[in-house]
Design a protein around this ligand. Structure first.
Ligand code: BMA
Length: 310
């Protein structure tokens, strides 16, 4: 792994490209991630040759090499007569909920109505059951917390109103009805690296200091947007309270595979796998390939203690 700052990129990057997919496609990016039976499982966002995205399962023993990729999608806009995902299923985030013994897949359902947050469940990643749209358009970046807090399920999400996109929080007793809506991480405006839009990256990570939140921040340049990753901390018992946020980004487009592609200058993480103190973050590079970078959870927390503020 090559080390710059808090995150080190794998020397195998990009770890998955369209050439690894066992059927014809355009690009593969923005994967959700989880551990299943000790193996890393990625739910890949694959863009087909019509321009629409679907979600396909990949597995690897070490999470970096030797990917075994399914030859058909787990969730695709074709298989369901679902008007809210006719333009595609994008950017999945995977959360295992012990109380129901299933993973929740939160993904962006894209249609002529705009982008909304859809949920599905799976027990084995062989088949998935749709719960439908949880949050109406325009809304993206749904990322569920891995356990109930105060008797409720919680989810980060990013509604867009006009040109403004902050990270909000919502809660539910039954995974169907969502309420208790509040804003937790704001875009910082002006020239900030996360001044234009922010959205959850991977699902929240439980630590001794609070819920560690990886998020993407967007800065608008004349040549187009720049997507980078930052970190923040929410209170463990009351995730509505922002405890700290780093002023600087921790991963941004520097390598050629992040700066060139379908959409240049994008690192867009949707999944992580934690192995003790090591955090492997899986991200889409330039909306074209999949990469991984590693950080130490204790170093991220130390940086937040030293440089973070609410
Ligand atoms: C966001 C999402 C992501 C994409 C990113 C960069 O709005 O649509 O899926 O990776 O833009 O193009």
């Amino acid at each position: 792994m090559t080390r710059y700052g808090l995150f080190q990129r794998s020397e195998h990057n990009p770890i998955i490209t369209f050439r690894d997919i066992p059927y014809a496609c355009n690009t593969v990016f923005n994967p959700g991630a989880t551990l299943v039976d000790g193996e890393t499982l990625l739910l890949l966002r694959i863009e087909d040759l019509q321009g629409r995205s679907h979600l396909t399962v990949a597995r690897s023993k070490d999470g970096i090499t030797g990917w075994r990729i399914k030859d058909r999608p787990l969730i695709s806009p074709d298989e369901a007569d679902n008007p809210y995902e006719q333009f595609g299923c994008e950017d999945p985030r995977l959360t295992y909920l012990e109380d129901i013994g299933k993973w929740i897949i939160a993904y962006t359902a894209y249609s002529r109505f705009g982008a909304g947050v859809a949920l599905a469940t799976t027990e084995d990643f062989e088949s998935a059951e749709r719960l439908g749209l949880a949050l109406a358009p325009n809304n993206k970046d749904g990322a569920m917390f891995p356990q109930k807090i105060d008797g409720r399920y919680w989810m980060l999400h990013r509604p867009v109103v006009g040109d403004v996109g902050h990270i909000w929080l919502t809660a539910s007793f039954d995974l169907k009805h969502w309420g208790c809506v509040c804003c937790v991480i704001e875009e910082r405006g002006g020239p900030w690296w996360d001044g234009y839009k922010v959205g959850a990256a991977t699902i929240p990570i439980q630590t001794e200091d609070g819920w560690l939140i990886l998020y993407h921040g967007v800065k608008q340049f004349p040549a187009g947007p720049m997507y980078r990753m930052g970190v923040a901390l929410l209170d463990l018992e009351d995730p509505q309270r922002l405890v700290a946020r780093l002023p600087y980004w921790v991963l941004g487009p520097h390598e050629s595979y992040e700066m060139m592609g379908e959409v240049p200058n994008v690192v867009f993480p949707c999944g992580h796998v934690r192995k003790d103190d090591d955090l492997y973050v899986y991200y889409g590079a330039a909306d074209t390939t999949i990469c991984v970078a590693k950080a130490s959870v204790s170093e991220l927390l130390q940086s937040l203690r030293e440089h973070g503020r609410p």
